[in-house]
Design a protein around this ligand. Structure first.
Ligand code: SF4
Length: 158
């Protein structure tokens, strides 16, 4: 059962379970319940960006996600992920429910060799420093959070 779930939805399969138990990082842990969880859940990831399953050598579970951004500003970018932790920090922690933006943030972290938990948490602090409207959900990938992800990831990496 767990194997099938991990294979079908990757590590992000746990998002719904964690969220319903009140343990999903939301708005810098101001809450443990993200009201837009269904937009960034394992099912949403599968529907929006998944292109193939990815396995470590000889692993029958294949929890890795081969993905491609299919719409929006970064359409055409391909890579792996996001994992649950990436969705947790760049998604709930930053109060963003845009799966494409979260996926792009994960790609940047992969490219720059950044840990996504640290980078996503730092991005949240960056939102505060930029006095971004952290209390308002970003669901559409308007560009502001994309820009934040890009700028911050480059600042941290270099
Ligand atoms: S070995 Fe790799 S593919 Fe298999 S469950 Fe672990 S992380 Fe996922």
């Amino acid at each position: 059962m767990l194997k099938m779930a991990m294979q079908s939805y990757g590590t992000n399969v746990v998002l719904d379970l964690v969220n319903v138990r009140g343990g999903f990082p939301t708005r810098n842990w101001q809450s443990g319940v993200f009201e837009f969880a269904e937009e960034i859940s394992g099912q949403a990831l599968t529907d929006k960006v998944l292109t193939r399953e990815v396995a470590c050598f000889a692993c029958p579970i294949a929890c890795g996600r081969g993905t491609e951004i299919k719409k929006g500003k970064y359409a055409g970018h391909k890579g792996e992920g996001p994992e649950y932790e990436t969705v947790g920090t760049f998604g709930g922690m930053c109060y963003v429910s845009d799966m494409e933006a979260i996926t792009m943030a994960g790609y940047l972290c992969n490219e720059y060799g950044l840990d996504t938990i640290s980078a996503g948490s730092t991005e949240r602090l960056g939102q505060r420093d930029r006095q971004a409207d952290c209390g308002k959900i970003n669901r559409t990938g308007s560009g502001r959070y994309y820009s934040g992800y890009m700028g911050l990831s480059e600042e941290v990496a270099f």
